[in-house]
Structure formats: C-alpha cells, structure tokens
Ligand binder design. Structure first.
Ligand code: NAD
Ligand code: SER
Length: 315
C-alpha cells in the first residue's frame, strides 16, 4: 500500500514548497498538509488540508487515523529570533511537538519521521570553519538548545525503540515562494524583496557576517533524498550536517548589484547579530556525501539569478 504523508507546519517557508514536491511524488491525496493557519492557495487547493495545533495530541491522533498516515514531516517550530523573544513557547513547542511524533513512531502507528535540526545546534565554542559533524556543541539560544535536545531524542528513539527518524541540520534557507518565519538568516530573503520593491535594504547583520546558507530547491532535494534513502544508508540518527553555500551580507549585496546596479545596502545590527556570531561560517558535510550521496547544486550567483528572475515575475 502506498504511504500517506502528514506535513505539520505546511504554511511555513519550507512547508509551502515541500508539500507541492511530495504531492508530485506521492499523489495529491497521499499528502495531508496541516498547520494552525491556512497554507498557500496552491497547497490548499491541490489536496487535503487539516487545521492542527501540534500541541493537541488528541487532534494529531484523530488526523493520523482519519487519513491512515504512515509518514510525518514535522516542520512546526519557533525559529531562532522568535524563540529568543518567547522562550517558554519556543521550548514547549519545539520539544513537545517532537515528543508527540516520536511517540507515534514508538507505538508503530507511523513508520517514518522527518524532523529538521539546524546549524543553531552549534555555539560559540564550536570551530566555525568547516564545522565537523561531531564537534563541541554548546548552543546558547533557546532555539539551538531545543534543536540539540531534539537531536538527542531522535537518536535515543532510534536506538531504544527502532524508530526510523531522519534529520538534517539545515543552514539558513533562501527561497522566493514563501516568507521566512522569524530566523536570524531571514535577511538573505528580505534583501531580494526590498531590492526589487524599493532598491535598497538595511541589514540587521553586519557586512562581514558569514553564515552557511542553502537555496530552497537544494534543501527540498536534500530532505527528499534523505527520506527516500534505504534505511541502512542513514547511519546518523541525530542529524546530518549539510552544506550549501556560505556568504556574508556584503557579498549577496554585490551579487544583487550585478542585476540591479543602483541597489543600496546599509547595515544596522540588532540582537540577531549575537546569534549569528555564535554560529558556524561553513559546514563539513562529508558524512552526508558518503552515506546518501548529498551534493548541493546552487552557488551564490546561480541562487541570485534564480531568485531575481522568479521575484521579478511575481512583482
Ligand atoms: P516557518 O516558521 O516558516 O514555518 C513553521 C510553520 O509552523 C508555520 O506555518 C506556523 O504557522 C506553523 N506552526 C507554528 N506553531 C504551530 C503549532 N502549534 N501547530 C502547528 N503548526 C504550527 O519555519 P520553516 O522555515 O518552514 O522551518 C521549518 C522547520 O525547519 C523548523 O523546524 C525550523 O527550525 C527548521 N529550519 C528552518 C531553517 C530555515 O532557514 N527556514 C533553517 C534551519 C532549520
Ligand atoms: N534559519 C534558521 C534561523 O535563523 C536557522 O535554523 O533560525
């Protein structure tokens, strides 16, 4: 029997794109989108949608039963910047959502789980260049602490209960279809919209803040390649390092100026600068390459070309 997938957090930056890709692969009726708020028109009109607050475990069970769900992609979370502003909700949502889903795996109600981690699991004492898979991890944000705890729980449920849970430590994601949901890397999406609408942008990170990033088509492909890989190839059950492209605000500004020569960039750091300073600058993803063949396709200029041509059409 064909799997049916539940995506929780389908209205967010990743869900908006991941749902459509999975519907293409599995068939529209085999992908149930869900969120506390409505998703994009495309998602709402192309297949089933259920309103779900993931904190409500009874409602989760009802939806899983109703649609005979066999796989869950859990995307609902508070991201780094938002979680710093609402510590309690950040911790509760990020941890309880995961424990509800891991328990469905332990009870053998569902057979496969995807849960994303983040480069935020690393902290100020982590080596920042080509950050290894296994290294010092002392995250100092609510979000990073929740992701690190989540990774430990995923590995624990795999080892103790045989739960097939898979995870990627996404870098900052850049895409044109949906707005980002309150992260430290959001500047790299806002900059394109502001460049096209107003010809200028004020960055909340300073010019020199190099961070690991990834273009959304690469992130969606990494997610699906990991989830479709034979179980024996998925040797890391905490979360995989994956690398896309690293750049700093002044480099992305220069790329945008190739297309829009009059574009002006200015800088005004805020509280997100300290979060960015604690994260890696580049990532060593050799385990993902060796275990399930990961390789990113987009560099900074290819990403910029694609962002600008899609957003030009949108505006
Ligand atoms: P997002 O904020 O854009 O989307 C999250 C979605 O979850 C939103 O649509 C929101 O309405 C929904 N949600 C919030 N509370 C909910 C609840 N109680 N019940 C159900 N839904 C709820 O986030 P995203 O960028 O799509 O990120 C998805 C996942 O990927 C998160 O776990 C995030 O930590 C991780 N991640 C994202 C990035 C990135 O750059 N976007 C990087 C690293 C990791
Ligand atoms: N892009 C995310 C954030 O900034 C990283 O997990 O929160």
């Amino acid at each position: 029997m064909k799997d049916t997938i539940l995506v929780i957090g389908s209205s967010g930056q990743i869900g908006t794109e991941l749902v459509m890709k999975l519907r293409e692969m599995y068939g529209n009726n085999h992908l149930v989108a869900s969120d506390i708020r409505p998703s994009s028109l495309e998602v709402m009109q192309s297949g089933p949608f259920e309103e779900l607050d993931i904190m409500n475990e009874a409602r989760l069970h009802e939806i899983v039963k109703k649609h005979n769900v066999t796989q869950v992609y859990l995307l609902a979370a508070l991201l780094s910047a938002t979680a710093e502003k609402n510590i309690e909700l950040g911790w509760n949502l990020n941890m309880r959502s995961l424990s509800h889903i891991l328990d469905l795996g332990r009870e053998k109600i569902i057979k496969k789980i995807y849960w994303p981690s983040s480069i935020a699991v690393f902290g100020p004492t982590t080596p920042q260049l080509m950050t290894p898979q296994y290294t010092i991890m002392e995250p100092n944000t609510v979000y990073g602490i929740s992701k690190q705890a989540g990774e430990r729980w995923c590995e624990y449920y795999f080892n103790k209960f045989g739960v097939d849970v898979r995870s990627i430590r996404y870098p900052g994601l850049v895409g044109w279809k949906a707005s980002p949901g309150g992260g430290t890397t959001d500047y790299a999406v806002h900059i394109f919209h502001e460049a096209l609408k107003h010809g200028k942008y004020e960055s909340f990170l300073n010019a020199n803040t190099t961070l690991p990033m990834m273009y959304m088509p690469d992130a969606i492909r990494a997610t699906i390649e990991l989830m479709e890989a034979p179980a024996e190839q998925v040797k890391i059950r905490s979360s995989y390092n994956v690398s896309g492209v690293s750049f700093k605000p002044e480099e992305i500004a220069a790329e945008i100026q190739r297309h829009l020569p009059a574009f002006e960039m200015s800088y005004q750091e805020d509280y997100r600068q300290a979060i960015a300073n604690s994260w890696p600058k580049s990532i060593d993803d050799s385990n993902a390459q060796e275990h399930w063949g990961w390789k990113a396709e987009y560099d900074l200029s290819k990403m910029t070309d694609d962002m600008i041509s899609n957003l030009k059409e949108k505006y």
